[in-house]
Write a protein that binds this ligand. Structure first.
Ligand code: ANZ
Ligand code: ZN
Length: 802
């Protein structure tokens, strides 16, 4: 297959037209991209890219992502769907506030300026967004409903306040969610994250953890690697919580996934930052040393390059704990490999069968006692070089000896349950979602704190709680700037009418993006976040496109919101999107991700001014498949223009040769009636349609383009072909290119004598009898519905076909 642009032909002269302005105006006039409110259920197609953070103008990265959903939307239109392809702005967040601090501009002014500029650029690119549905998360008509969502979660017991150690960025002066502090660094400024004890609002996303994990199995239209990331992030483990006892009689619960190893416990550990630590009955002569060790360990845990599993260290607290199954007294250590936020923050250490415990035991010469055996091979604690963590038969385990694997696991749990000293327990790595942010530029948390009534939600009729716009000092002080605005803070309690105070914090911006797709179905609704029937008609999203970087953040949150809204009767779907596609990033020619902060952003505007919109689109599509990275270089423009010019000439000369003859763009021929030359080209034409359908479905627009190029090479210059076939070839190539080069395609379509728009025509159909006999066509069904056809080699194996 030809895989590069044809650069050998030199016969093309002239210049491509840039018909973009003309067609953009026509599309506007015919309202081509307006989606109906209630689509026909069999025809609806909801495709959307993730909405954008308006931190500057559109760059080549955006250009690529939105031209991809644009291509999908346009192809679906031609296939007869009613398409919803909306766009909006994720407009709250730190950069706007930072810009305000740096330039003395209000964050809203800065944001709206960027929005206007970016919108104009997107319109210039000809993206088929239905702009009548644009949403902007920083505007009161939107954040009113973000606040409403908070109140619903609160009313259903899913929003609560908790004091806990939170991630704190000392540079941004704000709390961060776990997913914003991955690797111990702030996602925005990359400062080392510290720990602070604060009382904040949380959403109980963990109550949905099972469903979030189990329902991943349903999401067969999502990439496997993305689903695996979510599965790990939710991280459900089955095990038991078992109560050990301190010498003073108080309980000391631990979480273990291997209760069957409980006879092999030789020491216990507690996390250095566990709130339990200061309350332990540490002997007086050790207290100072224990505290010193814990403090140092905490500092180490916060270090940027600290990897918890390596160089474990610990300190013997002098406290002894009783194993409830063996009645042994076991030493308790503080150890830095134990995390306070997981399980109970305390563990039973079984060095023979857990590698972390093993390394720790070797380092501090603690005993190792094997209690699980595989086959006849007895483990020798003196010569073992690593822990044996596989399942096996319980040995040295009293009454449980001889039980194998799961049976041993179950028997120990049954025993502790019966004795009232433990319980079966599921544990998740997912933690509840911390919502409060001590920043100005966000949706105010719609809660009022009254001395008499406690926390009271703002009544729906009083929403939105507006962000005050007066003289605000945005400089981060470690508490919300709103706390210093008395007109904002002082309110009457909605319950008792007494003096009360607002919550001064704003919400995590991921809250805004958790429901924006729902606003698109009904963006102007003043009475509700959206109309239930409109949502029922449009959802689920049929195709969602965005970066894999959102795998464990946004893409979990919006699933959580969907499930919650379904539970309270607002939605009919259990999952927001049936198909998810992770696009690759656009890198500069040196291989760096294009980003404003790096200053290597290439503007599509200059490129479009110079070459016209569609050649830039083709150059980008042609660079790599959609899920791969693109090293953007202008060099691709030459080939793109050459190809389009050649197609332009083919279309124009075909029109000339047609003369007054009427062309049926969808005419099908019988191969037997065609002469040899025509037959070869006709077969090629239908192979190309089949290939384009397949490539398109995988967002492999590079090979889609290559296939059309090949066809063009066979068909051009065209004089050798029968006139009707030549006409059909030209019309079909125009259609096949229409999703990718919409403006040129319209121009060509019109030139061939058709109207009013190629997007109101029909997508080319494969004529199976024209396919070479070594090809078979297979119908594709998804959930029992016919979704299309693919042409495959006749000898393709079943695996290949699947
Ligand atoms: C004893 C044991 C024996 C364990 C054995 C494992 C193997 P996942 O799968 O990630 O859920 N653990 C429990 N809480 C911990 C904490 N706060 N910080 C660090 N480690 C913790 O891991 C659960 C296992 O990790 C638990 O099971 C516990 O070690 C440890 F042969 O208990 B196990
Ligand atoms: Zn009150």
């Amino acid at each position: 297959m030809q895989d590069s642009f044809d650069t050998t032909t030199t016969t093309h002269r002239g210049k491509l037209p840039d018909p973009a302005p003309k067609w953009q105006q026509r599309w506007e006039e015919m309202k081509l991209f307006r989606a109906p409110d209630k689509p026909d259920p069999d025809k609806k197609y909801f495709v959307m890219p993730m909405f954008a953070y308006p931190s500057g103008n559109i760059h080549m990265g955006h250009f690529r992502n939105y031209t991809m959903t644009d291509a999908i939307a346009r192809k679906r239109m031609m296939e007869g769907h009613q398409v919803l392809h909306p766009f909006g702005w994720d407009a709250f967040g730190l950069p706007a506030e930072q810009a305000a601090i740096n330039r003395g501009m209000h964050p809203e002014e800065w944001t709206l300026k960027n929005v206007a500029q970016s919108r104009a650029t997107l319109q210039r690119i000809g993206i088929s967004f239905d702009w009548s549905r644009e949403v902007n998360s920083c505007m009161p008509d939107y954040y009113k409903w973000t606040q409403w969502m908070f109140v619903q979660l609160y009313k259903h017991g899913l929003a609560y306040r908790k004091a806990s150690n939170v991630n704190w960025c000392p540079t941004c002066n704000t709390v961060l969610a776990n997913e914003q502090a991955a690797g111990g660094v702030c996602w925005r400024c990359e400062s080392a994250v510290e720990t602070k004890n604060l009382t904040q609002w949380y959403f109980k996303i963990t109550e949905y953890a099972d469903r979030l994990q189990d329902d991943l199995d349903e999401l067969t239209g999502w990439p496997d690697n993305l689903r695996a990331l979510q599965r790990n992030w939710i991280g459900r483990s089955y095990g038991a919580e078992i109560d050990f006892t301190l010498e003073n009689g108080s309980k000391f619960p631990i979480f273990t996934t291997r209760p069957d190893t409980i006879f092999g416990v030789t020491f216990m550990c507690i996390a250095p930052d566990s709130p339990l630590l200061p309350e332990l009955p540490v002997p007086d002569d050790r207290r100072a040393a224990v505290e010193a060790f814990a403090k140092e360990a905490r500092a180490r845990q916060q270090q940027e390059d600290h990897v918890p599993s390596e160089d474990k260290s610990g300190f013997d607290t002098g406290v002894r704990v009783t194993n409830p199954l063996t009645d042994e007294l076991i030493p308790l250590w503080v150890a830095d490999y134990v995390l306070s936020g997981y399980g109970t923050g305390c563990i039973m250490a079984v060095p023979a069968h857990d590698q972390r415990d093993f390394e720790f035991a070797r380092k501090y010469s603690l005993p190792i006692r094997p209690v699980i055996q595989e086959g006849d091979e007895e483990l020798d604690p003196n010569t073992m070089t690593e822990a044996k963590s596989s399942w096996g038969t319980m040995v040295n385990s009293g009454q449980f000896n001889g039980l194998e694997g799961q049976a041993g696991f179950d028997a120990v749990i049954d025993y502790v349950c019966r004795e009232g000293i433990g319980r079966a327990q599921k544990q998740y790595h997912l933690t509840d979602w911390l919502i409060s942010r001590q920043r100005y530029w966000g949706a105010p948390i719609p809660m009022i704190e009254c001395e008499q009534c406690g926390y009271v939600p703002v009544p729906e009729k009083d929403l939105p709680v507006l962000l005050p716009k007066g003289d605000i000092d945005f400089l981060p002080k470690g508490r919300s700037p709103l706390a210093d605005v008395p007109e904002f803070m002082n309110v009457k309690c909605p319950k008792c009418d007494g003096d009360a105070q607002r919550d001064p914090d704003t919400m995590d911006t991921f809250m805004c993006s958790s429901w924006y797709f729902l606003r698109y179905v009904d963006p102007k609704n003043k009475k509700a976040p959206f109309d239930k029937e409109k949502a029922a008609a449009w959802l689920p999203i049929d195709y969602y496109m965005g970066g894999i970087t959102h795998a464990t953040g946004h893409l979990i949150y919006f699933r959580f919101f969907t499930k919650f809204l379904k539970d309270i009767g607002w939605l009919t779907v259990n999952e927001p999107a049936t198909r998810m596609f992770n696009h690759g990033m656009v890198l500069d020619s040196q291989g760096f991700v294009m980003s404003k902060s790096r200053g290597n952003v290439i503007s599509p505007i200059d490129m479009m001014e110079q070459h016209g919109v569609d050649p830039v689109r083709v150059a980008m599509f042609f660079a790599t498949p959609g899920d791969r990275e693109v090293l953007w270089s202008e060099a691709g423009m030459v080939g793109a223009e050459r190809f389009l010019l050649k197609l332009d000439q083919f279309v124009r000369s075909t029109k000339e040769s047609l003369g007054k003859e009427k062309l049926d763009p969808d005419a099908q021929f019988s191969v037997d009636d065609l002469n040899t030359t025509d037959r070869t080209v006709y077969r090629k034409l239908h192979q190309t349609i089949a290939k384009v359908d397949r490539d398109f479905d995988n967002m492999q627009l590079n090979t889609h383009i290559a296939a059309v190029m090949e066809l063009l090479n066979e068909a051009a210059p065209g004089d050798q072909l029968g006139v009707p076939l030549r006409g059909v070839c030209a019309a079909t190539m125009v259609k096949l290119m229409a999703p990718l080069t919409p403006h040129l395609a319209e121009e060509w379509w019109e030139h061939l004598g058709f109207g009013p728009s190629v997007f109101k025509s029909t997508w080319p159909q494969v004529n199976e009898s024209a396919l070479p006999s070594d090809t078979q066509t297979i119908a594709v069904q998804v959930n029992g519905k016919l979704r299309g056809q693919v042409a495959l080699p006749a000898d393709a194996s079943e695996d290949d076909i699947v």
